[in-house]
Design a protein around this ligand. Sequence first.
Ligand SMILES: [Mg+2]
Length: 171
Amino acid sequence: MFLDVDGPLNPFRAPGERRPDGYTTHRLRPRGWEDAPKPLRVWLRPDHGEYLLALPYTLVWATTWEYDANTMIGPVIGLPELPVVELPHWSDATDGLCFKTATLVEYADGRPFAWVDDMITDRDVDWVHRRHPSSALLHRVDPRIGLLDADFRSLEEWPPARLAAALPEDD
Ligand SMILES: [Mg+2]
């Protein structure tokens, strides 16, 4: 399962710039923010890692945080070090697709996958279903709200058991 940070784990568009209930505030300096006047404010839920690890997926970071997700985000929410998809620059997006879409399909290499992100649009869903030979669940999360129980329930119900059994243990 490809996992984004800003949006699903960090509801950075929460109304009124107020920290949503259950979240803790972190001020971080990922790559590119080292010299910024202020660190980046990030809201995270310490229990999200536990819920994510309970899902029937191999988790993979698919975020502009890239390797910083393993040092700055994972430890806060209780995730172990995860594989990281190296993404193109956001400005490299074409065809109205999210800049991650083509790279994630390539990384999946024909395997079924779920993708949790706030930037998914119908165009991405269409494109993936035309190009990807097996099942894909593109699950959009509202960046004003972040991952909710209902999201975890949908992710738990997918993939069907026979697909879960076919997924590699650790890849
Ligand atoms: Mg995002």
